[in-house]
Design a binder for this molecule. Structure first.
Ligand code: PLP
Length: 388
């Protein structure tokens, strides 16, 4: 059976070059980068190089990169650290479609006394920039808005968002976990104050991330202790993974131009093929402003989980927009925020590609999706009711 992995927004395969770059750090290069002796010094050199590689991918200065354990930690540090640095109970502005790594920390801080505004999105998953503009009332405001959505791939207009937030004098963090490595990101051009990224979305193993903190931005550390990471994040650095992240960023930059075109062409062929062969489907999210690798489709009248299980039987891995909570299948908060009709939200599937996918993967998926959808519709009580 063929194996087709189309769940790259969840996690990605470790690139062989990344694994090779990491290998010496499990072996001869095991020193502590904070030590002043040669064991430490030779390791620190590689960590400095990784910091340069990460910074280069996003147009930052290496001194503005803080290594973390994951995207969630970066998000938590940015929002909580900025709120704590402002002091008191500042206003937090975010969106209804953020990843839980942002939404949960914002709601936690709201429970502690901060005022929280969660911006709406329209049926295509787009923000109303006037709503953003009108929601910032003072510069004691922390704004956290994702650059690209993990479920739909919808890209928010970060240049305009940054302009609005900067004019208001507020602090801007962006969760860029899904866009970094897929499309060009340059913090010189787009003046965000903080930006989160995560290694395992760009072909490192799970367990490493980074937070970009623009020089002069006030952010308290989340993890207190030693003086690592310029005093911004205590804890002896995870050197092998940091080196892997550096190499992954370098590879992403090398492949980007070519892969944007190739991956988008495969995604578009998948989308066109599904729309042409399956009746009653809709593409969820703004098709004009979308990550090149992401396709979220709502198959009316059938359950996403059932589609996933049947695709899994033939070796195709995708993911659903529903979360199974206490036995009932709840559509995701993103689908609900977009107001996607219940019948389509339940049958929403996300296909997300990477540079390791091939045209054969797309052809194989297009052979199976229509068959699976047809079979499930034959069994669906919703379809029979709709036909009554
Ligand atoms: N933010 C977004 C948009 C994500 O898609 C994810 C992971 O799915 C995260 C944050 C969390 O990243 P990590 O898994 O590295 O904690």
């Amino acid at each position: 059976m063929k194996n087709v992995y189309l769940d790259n927004n969840a996690t990605t395969m470790v690139a062989p070059e990344v694994r090779d770059a990491m290998a010496p750090f499990f072996d001869e290069l095991w020193g502590n980068p904070s030590s002043i002796h040669t064991f430490g010094g030779q390791v620190k050199k590689h960590m400095d190089r990784a910091r340069e590689q990460v910074a280069a991918l996003i147009g930052a200065d290496p001194s503005e990169i803080v290594f973390t354990s994951c995207g969630s930690e970066s998000d938590n540090m940015a929002v909580r650290g900025a709120v704590e640095a402002l002091g008191g109970y500042p206003h937090i502005v975010t969106t209804r479609v953020e990843h839980p790594a942002v939404l949960t920390v914002c709601r936690y801080l709201a429970d502690l006394g901060c005022k929280l505004t969660e911006l709406k999105v329209d049926s295509e998953g787009r923000l109303d920039l006037d709503e953003l503009r009108n929601s910032i009332h003072s510069n004691a405001t922390v704004v956290s808005i994702m650059w690209a959505n993990n479920e739909t791939g919808v890209i928010f207009p970060m240049d305009e968002i940054a302009q609005i937030v900067k004019e208001a004098g507020a602090v801007l963090h962006t969760d860029a976990v899904q866009i970094v490595g897929k499309l060009p990101v340059n913090v010189k051009k787009t003046p965000v104050d903080m930006l989160s990224l995560s290694g395992h979305k760009l072909h490192t193993p799970k367990g490493v991330g980074a937070l970009y903190v623009r020089k002069g931005t006030k952010v308290n550390p989340l993890i207190l202790g030693g003086h690592q990471e310029g005093g911004k994040r205590a804890g002896t650095e995870n050197v092998p993974y940091i080196v892997g992240l550096g190499r992954a960023c370098e590879l992403a930059a090398e492949h980007m131009d070519e892969e944007i075109v190739r991956v988008q062409a495969m995604r578009d062929r998948l989308e066109e093929g599904i729309l042409a062969t399956c009746p009653d489907v809709r593409v969820n999210g703004d098709r004009e402003n979308r990550l090149p690798n992401t396709l979220n489709v709502g198959f009316e009248f059938i359950e996403g989980e059932a589609i996933l299980l049947m695709l899994d039987e033939v070796g195709i891995a995708a993911s659903s927009g529903s979360a199974c909570t206490s036995g009932s299948l709840e559509p995701s908060h993103v689908m609900r925020a977009m107001g996607i009709p219940f019948t389509a939200a339940h049958g929403s599937i996300r296909f997300s590609l990477s540079r390791y996918n091939t045209e054969e993967d797309v052809s194989y998926t297009l052979e199976h999706v229509p068959r699976v959808v047809k079979r499930l519709r034959e069994l669906s009580p919703f379809v029979q009711k709709a036909g009554d």
